[in-house]
Design a protein around this ligand. Structure first.
Ligand code: GLN
Length: 278
């Protein structure tokens, strides 16, 4: 069977199973096995595939049909121009979170050696990207999940990022420390919605998604716990779930944070909130 034919067959079965991006997924799985670019594979009507490659492909395609996310099967996901290892221990990095990093870099461009905390770091994509873009920064990654921290450590070492890693239930482990930026993409999905998510998302760690009854539980704690851990003029920058901007903005202003600003993602969803310690 040729590359093109294998991709065509797999994408038909993916499509029938309701997988959102069938051709892309089939081509990326074959690219993962052959090391050749996905577009070249889609066009290749000549190369006859080795039976062992076809077998490996079939086993990956079976897994994809059971709705294991593509990125878990590939073992990696791109974020802010770099590849991060991912597996079922962590949330898969999302493109909207890249905008959060971009905002952080704008905020810190005139500060020398900023101290940054990536809270709920998961794969480490935010903190490692910031360290790579701002080598003078001192960056700490923290998460409550030891499994996530193991993978974040692996990513930091693969990407050559000299960061500190610390297991902590939100800011509990950080008494006596202060940061110029606390950045977080916290769990923000209301618990009741967590069971109705797209099948692939259900494969991601519940701990990384579930924001309690109204989705705001983790924000309530971060708002309170981050305040004494920020330097004067320090920033708290967080990603938001859908329609959470007003509630989180109220939490921040009630607590005494200043200069609250909101930005949209590329779909026009109010996705990020910035506030400043007085
Ligand atoms: N910071 C990681 C990310 O944005 C993990 C976020 C999380 O686990 N809630 O992908």
């Amino acid at each position: 069977m040729t590359c093109r034919e294998l991709i065509r067959r797999a994408s038909e079965s993916f499509c029938a199973a309701g997988i959102p991006d069938p051709v892309n997924d089939a081509a990326l799985l074959l690219s993962h096995l052959t090391g050749r670019p996905p577009l070249a594979l889609r066009l290749d009507e000549e190369t006859v595939l080795d039976p062992s490659v076809i077998d490996s492909f079939k086993s990956l395609a079976e897994k994809r049909l059971s709705r294991i996310p593509l990125q878990y099967l590939l073992g990696e996901a791109p974020f802010y121009g770099r590849m991060f290892r991912v597996d079922s221990r962590v949330l898969i990095p999302r493109p909207e979170t890249e905008l959060l990093c971009e905002w952080a870099l704008e905020l810190l461009k005139d500060r020398s050696s900023p101290r940054i905390l990536d809270l709920c770091c998961g794969s480490g994509c935010i903190g490692i990207s910031l360290k790579a873009e701002l080598p003078s920064a001192s960056v700490t990654l923290s998460d409550i999940s030891p499994d996530a921290l193991d993978l974040a450590a692996e990513n930091a070492s693969l990407l050559g990022a000299d960061v500190a890693l610390c297991r902590s239930d939100l800011l509990e482990a950080f008494s006596g420390t202060s940061f110029d930026l606390i950045i977080s993409n916290p769990p923000y999905i209301p618990s009741a919605d967590c069971d109705t998510l797209q099948e692939e998302v259900l494969r991601e760690p519940r701990l990384a998604l579930d924001g309690g009854n109204d989705g705001l539980s983790v924000y309530r704690r971060i708002v309170r716990e981050a305040f004494p851990r920020l330097s004067p003029g320090g920033f708290l920058l967080m990603e938001l779930g859908i329609s959470e901007d007003e509630a989180v903005s109220a939490l921040l202003s009630d607590y005494g944070y200043e200069s609250i600003q909101i930005r949209e993602d590329l779909s026009g969803i109010r996705r990020m909130i910035l506030s400043t310690h007085p």
